[in-house]
Write a protein that binds this ligand. Sequence first.
Ligand code: AMP
Length: 606
Amino acid sequence: MSDFQSFGLNEAILRAISELGFETPTPIQEKMIPHLLNTPGDVVGLAQTGTGKTAAFGLPILNFINPKSRLPQALILSPTRELALQITRDLESFSKYLPGVSLIAVYGGAPIDRQIRAIKSGVQIVVATPGRMLDLINRKVVDFSKVEYLVLDEADEMLNMGFREELDAILENVPSERNTLLFSATMQPDVARIASNYMKKPTEITVGKKNSGSSTIQHIVHLIHEKDRYEVVKRIADSNPDIYGIVFCRTRIETQDISDKLRKDGYNAEALHGDLSQSQRDYVMGKFRDGHIRILVATDVAARGLDVNNLSHVINYNLPDDVEVYTHRSGRTGRAGRTGICISIINLKEKFKIRSIERTVQTSLQVKPVPTGAEILGRQLHSLIDKIHTVEIKEENIAPYLSDIQEKLLHIDRETLIKKMISMEFSQYFERYSKMKDLNVIESGDRPDRKRFDREAPRDQDGGRFNRDSGRGDREFSGSRDHGDRGNATGAEPGFSRVFINLGKMDGLTPKDLIGIINEVSRKRNIEIGRIDLGKTFTFFELDEKFARKVVEDFQGTEYNGRPLQVEFAKKDTGPASRFKPEFRERGGSRNHDRGGYKGKPRRDR
Ligand code: AMP
């Protein structure tokens, strides 16, 4: 492996990059820098952002620049203003010790006169967006006759963004004796056309895809129901308390909607899309870049220019239609030697797309369950403990209060103090996460004994899912509790038994849902169901007495939205007139209390 010294770059450049911490060239730098320093001519570089390509072309160009000439010698085109500014910043830092080398970024939306004056005052490198560049050329106010290097950075993106005509015009107008360097993540037909029309026998330099092989990116898929997409984003954020990531959406409206919801739900999120003004976009990007915003909800185009190297997560709220876009998105994490996670939220209908993504990124996508409430609680807890470990103690700030506090806490032993602290921090979380429903879709074939149930399980308004396998047994039910069929003593119609269930309107339960649940549990569709009296938190329903006992037994060990279901025969008259008598509410309360010992082997479907 070579190092930067061996390339023959001048000392001033070596000093600057060494101060930036560049020790070992990246693969594209290793191939590109010696080539550009020693061989004139055109080059096509197939590499993505994050591979170190700015230095790969920037260092040889800086090495070549003649500071005594005040005319532009290199033009670098980039798809967005943000990327143009990023390239300019990078080249400025590489040229920190090169006397007399100056650069300018020119882009639309800023006064062109000032940019023209700046170029005329003498710059050797112009970094521009295509529209503004063409404008400068058409005005013939700037002398580009000495341009020796023309760089098309992210050529595929420039074409995707509709700059085809501008690129053609610029390539026609810059001196033909130039060296053209074209960089692109993909060799799509439009890019190939530019290479064949405007470049002379270009040397092709390819570096392995950022996401392939030994990738530092973990690709994860959560299979969900369509309506749960937003919930899943929240789960991801909740289970990664230090998340710093981008949520990619398809449309501006969706982008704004998701970010609004996230903010309303207390997350540190902002939207980035084309409906925002340039200054709004700058503001959001600045806040995100410096980490004040932790979740950026963005469209692909708006996020193009954003160059952040330490993202922990890229989340595909929807899969992009074009697989190459997946590569671009996921390549925004796991950069500069860091690890990153790309999570795609997909529904069953989209599942077939996984294979083509795997083929493109040449790595497998792991289908993982959406974190449950318990997992999230665990992670939050660990994050809290980690923070306690690393928090800096500012002695001088706390000193004045310390003795008072110590005195107040003196009587509490260490163990209790820890418990209290955790309880205090977590009371809000416990409340929220312990009630979280399972959002995972269980596919046919995954767990054969649950197949029918998962396909057909009725759901509440929020999509709550009835779950047979609660992990709780039926010991309690067959034990002390009186579950004898009292028949009509309960107020049921003749031939029916009256049954209690601890679900009601507040759970979003409708009579139709209840019938679905009964059918599901009993695996029979022909049991007659009589009157259903829906209460707020519980319901009484009547069942054909011949099957009632079997159905009640079948309900044991089941749960709904993570809550154990309690189903038993009504014990006294709970007929229509008396169904909301106080004693039943009380009984409901004692049931809950009893549930403390409600344990047993998980019950499997028969
Ligand atoms: P780029 O692909 O040009 O956007 O570069 C991605 C990031 O890697 C930038 O933050 C660069 O500063 C950094 N970088 C580029 N080359 C090297 C290198 N040889 N060693 C360490 N960091 C690098």
